[in-house]
Design a protein around this ligand. Structure first.
Ligand code: C2E
Ligand code: CA
Ligand code: CA
Length: 805
């Protein structure tokens, strides 16, 4: 029922309107008219009561409108009484008092219904243009004839003038309400139609002189105004008139698809293009003067040309101002999107935590600077990368023991440290140069052109040690840094080389315990060059087959039977000779080469074991352990690498052991995820060199390792043990080994002791409960062919132990 009330009322209005102008009896016509006029305020009050769900301000606005309509209706009753009963048509009459009283009430109601709107400069100017354009015909048709040319009384003149002014106010309010975003529903359309009908009725009425069919048109318009407002109030969507977005800033009522959405979902305000409805209204406004001139030309209406001249001047002046405002708004809009673009760019090239440029961006800036690209253009200007001429110095700064801060005070405190270091570097960079974050605890400072030696040393000194405030924990700590510096006066090196030099110098300081600085000198440069040379040679070695795997047996300590092997990499470098893995593995680990090497080792070791298994050199349960580097283990591809090696040769996953060192495993993150994935494949995982890092055995809980390899440094010689038993030497590692074995077993891991060289060590390890041993005592790492012979000699009669773990 609620939903059909409005159109029932509208239908009633339409029928009554037709009746009011067609009924032959003036009494019947007037009665029909008055029924609509009097029903409307009642309908409005009934429809917008408390139960209708209108917010309180809207209820008050509708009440004002209802009172306004009631005033109008009262005016109509009085007018008809004078006309039909008294047969008089005085002007002004008591009816006009009520008619004129209705306008301010309706205007305030309409204004309040519009809610709190932010009306921009552009919209205000457009309203002014519209008001001037509408004022012209009202002046010409309604006000001017009575004010200038008639002999009417002052009161009559004032009354005649008040109507067009009131209509004009209503029209402007109408435009204001129509500019609201989100006002597209039948309720608001009815409201706007009703409001527009009133000025039209007044204009037509003054043209008609209250006589004939033209007068009927004005009666139709008044009636339309009545029932439209009644139907609008009755419409269920009338609630949304006040709840629609009250935003009329600048360009305002645009269709949603025209709305400019800036990145980040912000709707551009202020300069949105003018909507179709508004441009139509503007066009109409601009056409008013020419249309009036047309009337004059056609001889339909005599005009005072000064009226047209003044109105045209005003419309042109306001129009030009509107255009100017639009230009300003467009400029502002461009500026805003520029700013936004710069912000987006800043976020993609800068570190979120410290706000410093990221590695890639810093290197890019360095490259640009060296290639002499002009300063201050494009991205550079926005991100504040200094672009001075000439080459300079590059400092790499590593924060010492950041992990300790994280562990002691929490990660937020670690972030505080990084922010403080960034701020300090920024302070230096502001004087000369630019700072960036390379990643983790590493920063870079670019100083172009290089300051004098004295300045450099004082600067480095400033950065080695300084106090830092940690706001998150509310305390001061002193932090130290490891700094590496390289100077490049002759632009001899590439950007990457410079960074490598400075990083290597910083690494030297770190290796010495941090809290200092080192300059990349000729010696370090030569070492780096040698590394680069080694890297090239190594990648060639991999391709030409210079690499070879040696195998070292792993033995069951109780039965002394063969358990499996560890594969160890060897490189016979042509013209140089044997290069130890401790030398070339770290070089390969600096780049992706180590992953290629890892894949090769996996394939070769798996192939060899399958070959031995099929030829019966080893038992069907022998295993092979492969060392994988931390870098390789962080790559998600490592799982696929392992799988494909197993598949290529048909080795069951349980026969392969992947060895990872303690430091790698404790890095967490990607490594742990990959280790878990490997464990799922069925591969065994061994924690290498246990005890050399700072890991406690408890920290292993939750990690997917199946085997613990105790580092050889824990296995004291029998001489050491004897001395410690006499009390002349510190206690041997035996007690520690005992603890480790105990804990490892508790976590379900087996234990391998590395570096077993003496028979006595075997006895002690057995007593301590250690499961397996590996070392020179059993066999040195050797090429496959030699291992085959050793196996045949020592374990020939014994197959590899079948175990369950
Ligand atoms: P690791 O994994 O701890 O390997 C054990 C090292 O101890 C081997 O040195 C082995 O020869 C040595 N060793 C075995 N038994 C004894 C003994 O009784 N006494 C003594 N003093 N040493 C013994 P190697 O072969 O020189 O390897 C050194 C390191 O190089 C390895 O340490 C491992 O970290 C790395 N490495 C070797 N091969 C590879 C590989 O294929 N890939 C990767 N990523 N690293 C490898
Ligand atoms: Ca190993
Ligand atoms: Ca080891």
């Amino acid at each position: 029922m609620r939903h059909s009330r409005w159109w029932i009322y509208a239908l009633f209005g339409v029928i009554a309107t037709v009746a009011a102008v067609t009924l032959p009896s003036p009494w019947a016509a007037a009665a029909t008219y008055l029924v609509v006029a009097c029903a409307t305020p009642v309908a409005i009050l009934a429809a917008t009561g408390r139960r209708a769900g209108h917010p309180a301000p809207a209820r008050r606005a509708w009440r004002l409108i209802a009172v306004g309509e009631a005033c109008s209706a009262a005016g109509d009753v009085l007018y008809n009484w004078l006309d039909l009963v008294q047969h008089r048509q005085p002007f002004p009459s008591v009816a006009d008092v009520f008619y004129l009283a209705a306008y301010p009430l309706l205007a305030v109601g309409l204004f309040r219904l519009g809610g709190r709107q932010r009306v921009g400069r552009g919209a205000r100017l457009e309203m002014a243009i519209f008001a001037v354009a509408m004022a012209l015909p009202m002046w010409v048709f309604m006000a001017e004839p009575v004010l200038v040319n008639s002999t009417a009384s002052v009161l009559a003149k004032a009354c005649d003038f008040a109507y067009p002014v009131a209509d004009l106010v209503l029209l402007v309010l109408l435009v204001r309400l129509a500019s609201r975003r989100g006002l597209r529903n039948p309720a608001s359309r009815l409201l706007l139609l009703g409001a527009a009908a009133m000025p039209v009725a007044d204009v037509v009425f003054s043209l008609s002189g209250g006589q004939g069919w033209v007068h009927d048109i004005s009666r139709v318009c008044w009636l339309v105004a009545f029932w439209c407002w009644g139907a609008a109030a009755l419409h269920p969507r009338s609630v949304s008139i006040t709840t629609a977005s009250g935003d009329t800033t600048g360009g305002e009522r645009t269709r949603s698809r025209d709305r400019q959405v800036e990145p980040g979902g912000v709707t551009a305000r202020g300069s949105s293009p003018v909507s179709r409805r508004r441009s139509f209204l503007l066009m109409l406004a601009v056409a008013v003067c020419p249309l009036m001139l047309g009337l004059e030309a056609a001889g339909l209406q005599a005009l005072n040309l000064w009226d047209i001249a003044v109105a045209s001047l005003l419309i042109v002046g306001l129009g030009v101002t509107r255009m100017h405002v639009a230009t300003l708004e467009a400029v502002e809009q461009t500026r805003r999107s520029e700013r936004l673009r710069a912000q987006v760019e800043f976020h993609t090239t800068h570190d979120v935590l410290t706000g410093l440029p990221q590695r890639a961006h810093l290197l890019h800036a360095l490259r640009r600077q060296r290639s002499g690209a002009p300063a201050g253009t494009g991205a550079q200007a926005q991100v504040g990368i200094h672009d001075p001429a000439g080459a300079g110095a590059l400092i790499v700064l590593g924060v010492d023991r950041l992990k300790v801060v994280n562990d002691l005070h929490g990660d937020e405190a670690g972030d505080d440290v990084l922010r403080a270091v960034a701020a300090r570097l920024n302070g230096v960079a502001r004087r000369s140069g630019s700072a960036g974050r390379l990643g983790g605890d590493e920063f870079a400072l670019l100083l172009p052109p290089a300051p004098s030696d004295a300045e450099l040393h004082s600067l480095l000194g400033e950065l080695v040690e300084f106090p830092v405030h940690l706001p998150t924990v509310g305390r001061w700590v002193t932090i130290t840094c490891s700094l590496g510096l390289t100077v490049d006066p002759g632009r001899r090196a590439s950007v990457e080389e410079l960074l490598r030099e400075a990083t290597a110098a910083a690494a030297q300081v770190r290796a010495r315990g941090g809290a200092g600085y080192a300059v990349c000198d000729a010696g370090l440069r030569a070492e780096l060059a040698e590394h680069a040379d080694l890297e090239t040679a190594l990648s060639q070695a991999l391709r030409t087959g210079e690499l070879e795997l040696y195998y070292q047996p792993v033995v069951d300590l109780t039965t002394e039977r063969l358990r499996g092997f560890e594969a160890l990499l060897r490189w016979q470098r042509p013209g140089v000779g044997f290069v130890p893995p401790d030398v070339f593995i770290p070089v390969a680990e600096r780049g992706p080469l180590i992953c290629d090497i890892g894949r090769w080792v996996l394939n070769e070791a798996v192939r060899q074991l399958v070959d031995w298994r099929t030829r019966g050199v080893v038992g069907p349960d022998a295993r092979v352990g492969v060392n994988l580097s931390g870098r390789h283990l962080t790559q998600p591809s490592v799982v696929a690498d392992v799988r494909s090696a197993l598949q290529a040769h048909g080795l069951p996953a349980g026969a392969l052991i992947v060895e990872a060192t303690e430091t790698v495993a404790m890095d967490r993150g990607a490594v742990v995820a990959n280790l878990e994935a490997l464990r799922e494949v069925g591969v065994l995982l061994s924690l290498d060199d246990f005890g050399t890092g700072h890991t406690s055995i408890q920290q292993l809980q939750g990690l997917p390792f199946t085997t613990l390899k105790i580092d050889k440094s824990f296995l004291g010689s029998s001489a050491q043990v004897a001395r410690s038993q006499r009390g002349s030497a510190p206690a041997s590692g035996d007690a520690l080994i005992g603890l480790m074995v105990h804990a490892a077993h508790a976590f379900g891991m087996t234990v391998v002791a590395e570096g077993v060289e003496e028979t006595d060590q075997v006895r002690r390890l057995r007593e301590l409960g250690c499961d397996f041993g590996q070392g020179y005592l059993f066999a040195r790492p050797a090429p496959a062919a030699q291992v085959e012979r050793t196996c045949a000699e020592r374990w020939g009669s014994l197959p590899a132990v079948p175990t369950t773990s």
